[in-house]
Design a binder for this molecule. Structure first.
Ligand SMILES: CCCCC/C=C\C/C=C\C/C=C\CCCCC(=O)SCCNC(=O)CCNC(=O)[C@H](O)C(C)(C)COP(=O)(O)OP(=O)(O)OC[C@H]1O[C@@H](n2cnc3c(N)ncnc32)[C@H](O)[C@@H]1OP(=O)(O)O
Ligand SMILES: Cc1cc2nc3c(=O)[nH]c(=O)nc-3n(C[C@H](O)[C@H](O)[C@H](O)COP(=O)(O)OP(=O)(O)OC[C@H]3O[C@@H](n4cnc5c(N)ncnc54)[C@H](O)[C@@H]3O)c2cc1C
Length: 664
């Protein structure tokens, strides 16, 4: 018999002003997509082969083994089921089987295969791609070293060409040159794409990608000259064997250098790529994907916190009245609703990012590399902004669940531990924001020369003059809000550029001037990215998939997202002189009014994300809201509760207590 729905959640759903299915359809690309997503998720979630004890109750070794076993089964089953489409794979594998927890094949699919596809020549693809796609070999992306992650040009691993034998000789010359962090490297991979400094005839040509076998295909032992292992337990990512790797005079054939863009001829002649940054292509790809990872993780956390906030009743709002649902406290709404709005904003931003990525890659493949700087700037900015907001949001959701949020039963700690490194991996956020800033400075200077700018920065040359002080606006109007964000971004870019110029004029060289202005540069890059997100969100509100009710609720969310950003950054907007103090006060009032309007729709809005219980993996966020009975059941399954009296009682506590009693 189906469990009864918690009456509070039932009422919430009955009281919603719109049909969540309409928004689900928009989020996933139409009803057919939603149907196949649900079928694939359900297939994975109900497959007995994928059932296991809660990962939270397992040791790290058990987690690794469990995830490895599932990774192998997924490969077999996805073949049997004929799943090839990336979105289908995401539903079946990433969410259905792994509930977005990392596993030992993660880097094979997210970076090793894309690098082979993107950096290999046709011959190289013919040689390795099929083997890799068929999992005859398993690889990772080995770039970061103990001493350098950010500064790619500072990598110490060397690949020295020997024209005599037409081989590269790989070496790790220092302790800090030890590869450190690559996922799935410690125990799983037998190959890697190695980023190493290319040396020919004693000259350095910078980091290049090489295909390197690191373990025997017979017994999986490290090959001669290779030292490899796991780097130990981490904050999260326990199912992933992030590893270390060293080389001692390991020789690989010349054609193991991935040579789609740059080449080394047999005699040692180096053929330059059209752009040296094409070798960084896989990172751009993953950064674009991380916007999706961040939005999805934040969506999961807000789903849990909002559902639970409707089930949880606490305190007396009015003497003698029943305890209210904690979501009725406006302070609780103020914690959660802006992150609900942000989750939507970033889901939409991630869809656009993926579209721009593939559109740009099509151009790059046909030889037009002019789109690369804009793609790099956009993906760097959105990756950083989305993962920062995700981190803040997940933590806010945890705290909004009170004590139970701290328990693994809530599911929130796992989401946080697993996804918080998105702010670090694939380019540390501040560093990437500075890359976006670099592009903005260049664009700004180009606009000063009257040059035409790329679409995403065209506004830098067309910003309206600051309106007369004292003029107030209707800040609920999305057109006004978009303009305000645009104006703020353009002003911050302008001011950062001025600061750079002033630092130069005061006698600093370019790098010192850049460092001195870097806080403002990051601020400008953030403002630019926030403007992009607000504008993009507003652009989705007219999608024909939405009926008027769904459109109305998403419009409120979009207004809340934009207004909350204004209030949160009111100093910026006021300095801008574009909005006035009265506008900011109005914005605060509008936020309160919007939250009151959104309150009855909050549960339906998180339902629209369409995460089944098996994927949410949260006692607090259960769809049926039957939290308390399952909390007790979950705790009873904890390994410490396998026996009434734990064995350590006999070993330690009993003699201790007995000795103390004997002394009395
Ligand atoms: C719903 C969907 C969910 C799906 C989820 C699925 C997948 C995604 C999820 C998870 C991901 C899974 C696993 C991830 C594991 C993590 C793996 C890693 O971390 S791999 C290692 C990543 N490492 C880095 O990112 C290193 C960061 N450092 C750099 O990228 C660079 O060194 C640098 C900081 C950018 C600086 O480079 P450099 O010093 O060489 O360059 P500069 O001199 O500063 O700039 C020169 C010039 O080049 C431009 N540029 C730099 N990078 C790029 C690039 N990638 N593309 C294009 N252009 C680039 C730069 O802007 C300068 O231009 P200019 O101003 O014109 O001179
Ligand atoms: C879970 C996880 C998985 C990973 N997987 C992989 C993988 O599969 N393959 C791989 O190769 N790597 C991997 N990495 C490594 C990751 O890519 C790097 O850690 C990341 O790029 C950051 O580099 P870093 O560690 O050198 O940080 P650092 O650069 O040392 O950062 C430390 C601080 O210095 C600041 N800083 C550094 N440079 C600058 C600058 N120029 N300007 C201003 N501030 C600066 C940063 O902002 C930061 O605050 C992984 C890391 C993690 C945590």
């Amino acid at each position: 018999m189906a469990a009864k729905m918690n009456p509070d959640l039932k009422k919430e759903r009955e009281g919603a002003s719109f049909d969540p299915e309409k928004i689900t359809n928009l989020l996933y690309g139409g009803p057919d997509r939603v149907t196949s997503k649900r079928e694939l998720e359900s297939l994975a979630l109900n497959d007995p082969d994928f059932q296991h004890e809660d990962l939270n109750f397992m040791s790290r070794e058990q987690q690794y083994e469990t995830q490895l076993k599932k990774s192998i089964l997924v490969v077999q089953k996805q073949k049997e089921l004929g799943i090839v489409d990336q979105m289908d794979l995401h539903s079946y594998s990433y969410n259905g089987v792994f509930q977005s927890m990392s596993g030992p094949f993660g880097l094979h699919t997210s970076m090793f295969l894309p690098t082979l596809r993107g950096q290999g020549t046709d011959e190289q693809k013919a040689k390795w791609l099929k083997m890799a796609e068929e999992y005859a070999i398993i690889g990772t992306y080995a770039q970061t070293e103990m001493g350098h992650g950010t500064f790619l040009r500072g990598l110490e691993t060397t690949s020295t060409y020997d024209p005599q034998t037409q081989e590269f000789i790989l070496n790790t010359p220092t302790l800090t040159g030890t590869k450190w962090w690559p996922g799935c490297l410690g125990k799983t991979s037998n190959y890697c794409v190695l980023m190493a400094q290319l040396y020919i005839h004693g000259k350095s040509y910078g980091p290049h990608p090489f295909m390197v076998q690191i373990r025997s295909l017979q017994d999986h032992k490290p090959l001669p000259g290779v030292t490899v292992g796991d780097i130990g337990p981490k904050f999260g990512y326990q199912g992933n064997d992030n590893g270390f790797l060293r080389f001692d005079n390991v020789r690989i054939p010349r054609d193991n250098m991935l040579m789609k863009y740059s080449r080394v001829e047999p005699d040692g002649t180096y053929v330059k790529p059209p752009s040296s940054k094409l070798a960084y292509g896989t990172m751009v790809r993953v950064r674009s994907m991380i916007v999706g990872e961040a939005s999805e993780s934040l969506s999961k956390a807000v789903t849990i916190a909002i559902r639970y906030s409707c089930v949880r009743r606490q305190s007396e709002m009015k003497p003698g009245h029943p305890e209210p649902q904690v979501l009725d406290y406006v302070t609780q709404q103020y914690k959660l609703f802006p992150f609900l709005a942000a989750a939507y904003a970033f889901v939409f931003a991630s869809r656009t990012m993926i579209f721009v990525y593939f559109q740009s890659m099509a151009k790059i493949s046909s030889g037009d590399i002019t789109v690369l700087p804009e793609l790099h700037a956009l993906s760097s900015g959105l990756k950083s902004l989305s993962s920062w907001v995700m981190n803040a949001g997940i933590e806010e959701c945890r705290m909004a669940c009170g004590g139970h949020g701290y328990s693994h039963a809530s599911g929130i700690p796992s989401i946080y531990m697993e996804h918080t490194p998105a702010a670090t991996y694939e380019g540390e956020n501040t560093v990437l924001m500075l890359q976006t800033a670099r592009y903005l400075m260049k664009s700004y200077n180009q606009s000063m020369q009257g040059e035409k700018l790329a679409d995403s920065v065209a506004y830098l040359s067309g910003v309206q003059p600051v309106p007369a002080a004292g003029r107030t606006r209707n800040v609920l109007d999305l057109g006004v809000l978009i303009e305000a964000y645009q104006h703020r971004a353009a002003r911050l870019v302008h001011e950062a550029a001025l600061q750079l110029r002033n630092e130069r004029q005061a006698g600093k060289d370019q790098p010192d001037a850049w460092n001195a202005a870097s806080v403002d540069l990051v601020k400008a890059a953030k403002a630019h990215s926030q403007y992009f997100v607000v504008k993009n969100f507003a652009g989705r509100l007219t999608d024909p998939a939405l009926d008027s009710a769904a459109q109305a609720v998403l419009t409120r969310l979009c207004q809340l997202y934009a207004l909350h950003g204004v209030v949160d950054n009111s100093g910026d907007f006021l300095e801008d002189d574009y909005l006035t103090g009265t506008d900011i006060r109005q914005a605060r009032r509008h936020i309160n009014a919007l939250m009151a309007k959104l309150r009855p729709d909050a549960v339906a809005l998180v339902d629209a994300f369409d995460f089944p219980d098996g994927i949410l993996n949260s006692v607090l966020g259960r769809y049926d809201g039957n939290v308390y009975e399952h909390l007790l059941e979950w705790a009873k399954a904890s390994p410490l509760n396998k026996t009434d009296v734990h064995e350590s009682y006999h070993k330690y506590l009993k003699p201790f207590l007995e000795a103390n009693r004997a002394k009395l």
